[in-house]
Design a binder for this molecule. Structure first.
Ligand SMILES: Nc1nc2c(ncn2[C@@H]2O[C@H](COP(=O)(O)OP(=O)(O)OP(=O)(O)O)[C@@H](O)[C@H]2O)c(=O)[nH]1
Ligand SMILES: [Mg+2]
Length: 225
């Protein structure tokens, strides 16, 4: 388990910041969270927000398919050579935490093929509240939950909610329809996470997207420093 998250920014937690040729490798940001919470949609929004200023690539993880990569390709969020799919064939957390070899190969292949890169986004397959990324794979992680999954999710905690470097509470546009109390979610998240940041987001109205993109830019600035 990799629960000892640092508050010092990504540079403080990464062991190997350089590629074999001595150049700085891309910052790797993982996106995890329950099935259907909006991870792929957040990856797409981040690519749209950041692709003009940064050199970006994406690795997606699905259990049996390449659906998420196909979605990103169909929506042309990045050129095809910048998107790689990993078929995990098992519980998604295995491929992002226990045996990270397929994902590491994918990020290294992308750097070789289309680098130098500033940022690689690694989307986990949808999993449960315990799923977190190995620090050998990513430098910082975003946990995406959604208001339709129940407004008690922040209170239930689990490593994703309590320790992710950024918690995104997505689909706020649905709150009135599913009876979710956003104020309660904010209070519970604050209690579980203390000073760690939380962003409320809706990809239907673009609420919060700038904040998530801004957080990624901050991580990059710390990484470059
Ligand atoms: N109303 C609403 N729908 C959203 C929002 N974000 C994503 N969705 C929808 O939610 C569904 C699931 O979104 P995805 O981005 O595929 O979710 P995911 O977490 O990547 O799903 P898995 O990879 O299968 O675990 C899609 O139909 C999205 O269009 C949002 O902010 N509001
Ligand atoms: Mg997805």
């Amino acid at each position: 388990m990799h629960l000892n998250h640092s508050h010092e920014g990504p540079a403080a937690i990464s062991a190997d910041a350089h590629r074999p040729d001595g150049s700085r490798r891309a910052l790797r940001v993982g996106l995890g969270g329950p099935v259907g919470s909006g991870k792929t949609a957040t990856v797409a929004a981040l690519c749209r927000a950041l692709r003009d200023q940064l050199s970006i690539a994406v690795v997606t993880n699905d259990i049996y398919t390449r659906e998420d990569a196909a979605f990103l390709l169909r929506n042309a969020v990045l050129p095809p050579e910048r998107i790689q799919a990993v078929e995990t064939g098992a519980c998604p957390h295995t491929a992002i935490r226990d045996d990270i070899s397929a994902n590491l190969e994918a990020v290294e292949d992308l750097e070789d093929a289309v680098g130098p890169l500033d940022l690689i986004l690694v989307e986990s397959g949808g999993d449960n509240l315990t799923a977190t990324f190995s620090k050998g794979l990513v430098d910082a992680q975003i946990f995406v939950i959604d208001v339709a999954g129940g407004d008690d999710i922040p209170r239930k905690g689990g490593p994703g909610v309590t320790t992710a470097d950024l918690l995104v509470v997505n689909k706020t546009d649905l709150a009135p329809y599913v009876g979710s109390d956003l104020g309660r979610m904010a209070r519970d998240a604050k209690e579980q996470r203390a000073e760690l940041p939380v962003v409320f987001q809706s990809l239907r109205s673009d609420e919060g997207v700038d904040q998530v993109a801004g957080w990624v830019r901050e991580q990059l600035a710390a990484w470059a420093a």
